[in-house]
Ligand binder design. Structure first.
Ligand SMILES: C[S@@+](CC[C@H](N)C(=O)[O-])C[C@H]1O[C@@H](n2cnc3c(N)ncnc32)[C@H](O)[C@@H]1O
Length: 236
């Protein structure tokens, strides 16, 4: 739930907090354009492009922008992913409220548009690992991660700055950190620990099932055992 500009969701408020003052950013998959409107209403020096691939949300975005008289500072564009942007047009990119694999695909298919992009803020609803991997392989240093709970859902926000992609990782723990998040592991906040405990229960259940299968999949068992040991380390 985005709520609206006057009462933005905790999730999108935390995304907005990761933009610098005077941002010139793209919000890809903007839906009602609540995020760019909120940012521009709170920072007179900010400008944005709201990208939408679907007509309904595209129209809603324009309506919201017009309601706040922000047409001069927010341009709403119809199109797929980063293809609505000109080369090097924005300094920051936000992609929020989608699955990690879709965010990764949007970044990958439009990466030529990002050569001057300083910061990418991604909020994957599932599978944050796909986004961490994309940052790692494409020259973005994962400088911060936020985890929060809202209306019974747990959300992660990943902040990638152009830079040394390995800086936030320990090479001996890369696979674990790409999966669970190097900063989230370090901060070990209550919401993160709770998420890990739920994941641990699921993995232990899957392992018990895999072990009982008529054809034993040794590779799957080893992978699950490894993940279970990481989750135990994280929560102990
Ligand atoms: C669940 S909404 C998230 C809206 C908002 N970003 C948020 O976090 O609340 C996802 C939006 O992304 C749009 N979308 C999905 N794939 C897209 C793509 N490839 N390019 C642009 N927009 C896309 C959908 O039309 C939808 O409005």
């Amino acid at each position: 739930m985005n709520m609206n500009v006057n009462q933005l969701s905790k999730r999108l408020t935390n995304v907005a907090l990761k933009l610098p003052r005077g941002a010139f950013f793209a919000d890809i998959g903007s839906d009602h354009a609540y995020l760019p409107c909120y940012v521009c209403l709170n920072d007179p020096s900010a400008k944005a492009i709201a990208g939408e691939v679907n007509h309904g949300p595209y129209k809603s975005a324009w309506k919201e922008v017009e309601n706040h008289d922000l047409e001069g500072r927010i341009d709403v564009r119809l199109g797929n992913g980063l293809h609505v942007l000109n080369n090097n047009e924005v300094r920051q990119v936000v992609i929020a409220g989608m699955g990690g694999p879709l965010i990764r695909d949007i970044l990958e298919s439009g990466k030529e548009k990002l050569s001057e992009t300083e910061r990418i803020i991604a909020q994957p609803n599932i599978d944050a690992r796909s986004v961490r991997q994309w940052f790692f392989r494409n020259g973005y240093d994962l400088v911060d991660e936020v985890i929060l709970e809202e209306n019974g859902h747990i959300y992660e926000i990943l902040v990638g700055d152009r830079g040394e992609p390995a800086a936030s990782y320990d090479s001996s723990q890369l696979e674990k950190q790409l999966w669970l998040g190097p900063h989230l592991l370090k901060k070990a906040e209550e919401v993160f620990l709770r998420k890990c405990k739920m994941e641990l229960e699921k993995k232990e259940y899957v392992l018990s099932q895999v072990k009982q299968a008529s054809v034993v999949n040794e590779e799957k068992i080893l992978q699950l055992q490894k993940e279970i040991s990481w989750l135990k380390e994280a929560t102990e």
